[in-house]
Write a protein of this length. Structure first.
Length: 115
């Protein structure tokens, strides 16, 4: 059952990261007026780092069930802390009016259940 929770957490985290990357690029970054253009590209690259980190954390969670117990705990602790910080900052910045905080809270709950 623990493996199922970690697999679910990883799959949901990957899905959320891809949706975040696509929606943010389409609806946020394309509307930002930044000059010069190189600064706009840098801004887009830094903004998409969270997408990359969340995707990598999801992959690690998908691989965690096949790892030794000690490695599994390190993966769950690291990924869970990363997603928990996303929940806290997202909920604080949007005052709880953004679905991302709630969806990543599900990922954190799955991490705890699968630990």
């Amino acid at each position: 059952m623990r493996d199922l929770f970690l697999t679910g957490a990883g799959a949901l985290a990957i899905l959320l990261s891809l949706v975040h990357g696509w929606l943010s690029h389409r609806h946020v970054l394309n509307r930002v007026e930044v000059h010069p253009y190189t600064t706009k590209r840098l801004n887009a690259g830094v903004y998409q780092l969270s997408t990359l980190y969340w995707f990598a954390g999801g992959v690690a969670l998908l691989l965690a069930p096949g790892q030794p117990e000690s490695a599994r705990h390190v993966i769950v602790l690291g990924a869970g802390a990363m997603y928990a910080s996303a929940v806290v900052v997202n909920a604080w910045a949007t005052r709880g009016h953004h679905f991302g905080a709630y969806l990543f809270a599900i990922v954190v709950a799955f991490c705890i259940a699968g630990a």
